[in-house]
Structure formats: structure tokens, C-alpha cells
Design a binder for this molecule. Structure first.
Ligand code: UFG
Length: 333
């Protein structure tokens, strides 16, 4: 089996994917600067290197030392509201560091590169669900930083196809919708501090870690006035990375895929599900809209199902909320 470099493997989605790669026989090297990740979620069978993806010397050296052939690139800042307040931090980490990594990958003849993109690249979508052909019109700095790196990968691929760059480099960009939940076996989950993600926020409210949940905006043009999102279980998303690697290794060409279930839940619906699975009637208040939030978005997932044979196993919002709550309970005790 080949050795895969997982950047950001001490983070939420990165750790779940690293674990699944190892379970499927891959050797894994994790590069993470622990700025938001945690050493405690790094799988014990992975080689861990503390460092920055933007540090070309470190990356070049570890690719050579560990015989890396494939890269799965998670390391990034990922909070929409934070990106609105601190755009330059996001451009530095998500654009500049990613570009350094891509350059180091090209120089080292890396063949396969999986990039963590996001549905935030779409912005205010007019179609529901949205497919990959809809043009990217992000409305948040976070979405724009991911869009820039997607363009960089696309332009690199075009230059390779046109013969301007001599390389076997191919990439898949996975556009994540709203990732939530934890491994059903209780081994891993989301450890993020000061979370802003709705399902984790609700789990914290169930456990009394926070007093209440605020609904950000109740006057959207949706059935109940609150935003609709396509919540995907983290383990199904981790599997999408293995499927994407397999696709490239078998000769698939560079491409972009949505990762979601194709339907959405409103903020109020998520709160109701979390109250149902927990049996706790936590306090909810109605607040102002949050900057950078599109009203409703869900993935058209026909492309990933057809081309990567992605077959989600946890398309169940109660399971997503229950596993998130079980994990939260575990880490709070
Ligand atoms: N929300 C609330 N109250 C909260 C937290 C969230 O009402 O306390 C609402 C938000 O306003 C939004 C929805 O719940 O309408 C989901 O918000 P999240 O913060 O959970 O997720 P986002 O949609 O903002 O962003 C997440 C990831 C991004 C990713 C995006 C894709 O953080 O990396 O999903 O939609 F790009």
C-alpha cells in the first residue's frame, strides 16, 4: 500500500479520514501545526509531524523521507463567520499555504492530490440541490479562499493537459456540505473549541455546556424562516476521500465532486431532532442573521455516486445528532 500524506490530520474530518485510510491498509503520515487540531485524535498507527503545510522545506523533506505518493489536504481555517472578521488570516492559511503545498507536490512528482473544498464556493445558489456545473460565486471570505485554490488546481491541470507543465499530477476537489456527527463506534468525533457549528452547539446545549442556542435569522425565504443545510455524516465524508483516491489511482481524471446527501434541514428542524434524540428541552432564542449565510443549500450528489461509486451509509439525521451528542458526552466527562 502507498503512503498518504494527510495535512490537517489532527482535525475533525482529517482524523476521521486518516483513521479510515489506516483501516483500509494505507500508511499515513499526518502533518498538522495543531493550531486548531488535537494530538489526541491522531490515530496511533499514523506518523505524526508537527509543522506547517506552507513550509515547503518541511513538506519536501517529508515527502522524500516517507515515500509519499498521494496527498489529502485538509489543513485550513474553516469557519464562515470567523473568515468575515479575519479575512487576511484566511487568505494566508487557505490560499498562500495551499499554494506552497501544491508547488511542493508538483516539484516532488506527487501524482494524486485530494483537496478539501466546500459548498461555500457556490454562494447564493438559485438551484436546490446544486450541481457542480453551477458557477462559483462565494459570498464569504472562507468560500473565496477555497474557490481560489480550486482555480489554481484547475489551471495547473489545464497547463499539464496542454503540455506546458510535464507532470502526472491529478486532483480531486471535494466540496463538503455541512459535516457533522461522530464515528458510531465512539472512537472519534469533533473536538473543536469555541464551536460555531449548529449540531455541536446543540449538543453542548443539551449537556448544559452553554445556556441556550440562538437561531441566526428567522426571516429567510424558507418554509420556517431559518436556513437550510445538507448535513453529512463525517464517516461518509471520510469514505468519499478513499473513493476519490481509488478513482485517481485507477486512472480517473481530475475533477470536482459535491459531498452531501441531496436534501436539507432547517435550523429549527435540527434543534427539534437534537431535542428528540436527547430528551432535553434546551433553551432556544431567536437572533439576527449572521453574515455570510446563504438561505438554503443542498448537494446534487449524482456525480459522486456515479463516478466514484460513493455509497453513503449514515444518511440519517437522528444518527448524525445522536453520534454527535454521544461524542460530546464522552469528551465532557
Ligand atoms: N446556526 C444557528 N445558530 C448557531 C449556529 C449556527 O442558527 O448557534 C445556523 C447558521 O446561521 C447556519 C446553519 O445554522 O444557517 C449552519 O451553520 P454552521 O455554523 O453549522 O455551518 P455553516 O453552514 O456556516 O458552515 C459550515 C462549515 C463550513 C462549510 C459550510 C458549508 O463551517 O466550513 O458548512 O455550508 F463550508
Amino acid at each position: 500500500m502507498k503512503t498518504v500524506l494527510v495535512t490537517g490530520g489532527a482535525g475533525y474530518i482529517g482524523s476521521h479520514t486518516a483513521c479510515k485510510l489506516i483501516e483500509n491498509g494505507h500508511q499515513v503520515v499526518i502533518l498538522d501545526n495543531l493550531s486548531t487540531g488535537f494530538k489526541s485524535v491522531v490515530p496511533k498507527d499514523a506518523v505524526f509531524i508537527e509543522g506547517d503545510v506552507g513550509d515547503s522545506d518541511t513538506v519536501t523533506q517529508l515527502i522524500e523521507t516517507h515515500g509519499i505518493e498521494d496527498i489529502v489536504h485538509f489543513a485550513a481555517h474553516l469557519l464562515v463567520p470567523e473568515s468575515v472578521a479575519q479575512p487576511n488570516r484566511y487568505y494566508k492559511n487557505n490560499v498562500v499555504a495551499s499554494q506552497n503545498l501544491i508547488n511542493a507536490a508538483l516539484a516532488a512528482n506527487i501524482k494524486h492530490f485530494i483537496f478539501s473544498s466546500t459548498c461555500a464556493v457556490y454562494g447564493m445558489v438559485k438551484t436546490f440541490p446544486v450541481d457542480e456545473n453551477v458557477s462559483m460565486q462565494p459570498i464569504s471570505p472562507y468560500g473565496r479562499t477555497k474557490c481560489v485554490t480550486e482555480w489554481s488546481l484547475q489551471d495547473t491541470n489545464t497547463a499539464i493537459q496542454s503540455g506546458y507543465i510535464e507532470s502526472d499530477f491529478k486532483y480531486v476537489a471535494l466540496r463538503y456540505f455541512n459535516v457533522a456527527g461522530a464515528r458510531p463506534d465512539g472512537k472519534l468525533g469533533q473536538v473543536t473549541e469555541n464551536t460555531t457549528h449548529l449540531i455541536k452547539v446543540c449538543a453542548e446545549a443539551v449537556l448544559g455546556v452553554r445556556d441556550q442556542v440562538t437561531i441566526f435569522g428567522t426571516d429567510y425565504a424558507t418554509a420556517d424562516g431559518t436556513c437550510i443545510r445538507d448535513y453529512i455524516h463525517v464517516d461518509d465524508l471520510a469514505q468519499a476521500h478513499l473513493d476519490a483516491l481509488d478513482y485517481l489511482q485507477k486512472g480517473g481524471s481530475s475533477d470536482v465532486f459535491n459531498c452531501g446527501y441531496g436534501h436539507g434541514y432547517s435550523v429549527r428542524e435540527i434543534i427539534d431532532v437534537m431535542k428528540k434524540v436527547s430528551g432535553v428541552d434546551f433553551k432556544v432564542i431567536e437572533g439576527q442573521r449572521r453574515d455570510g449565510d446563504p438561505p438554503a443549500i443542498a448537494a446534487d450528489n449524482s456525480k459522486i455516486k456515479t463516478k466514484l461509486q460513493w455509497s453513503p451509509a449514515h444518511n440519517d439525521i437522528e444518527l448524525i445528532c445522536r453520534t454527535a451528542l454521544d461524542w460530546e458526552t464522552k469528551i465532557r466527562n
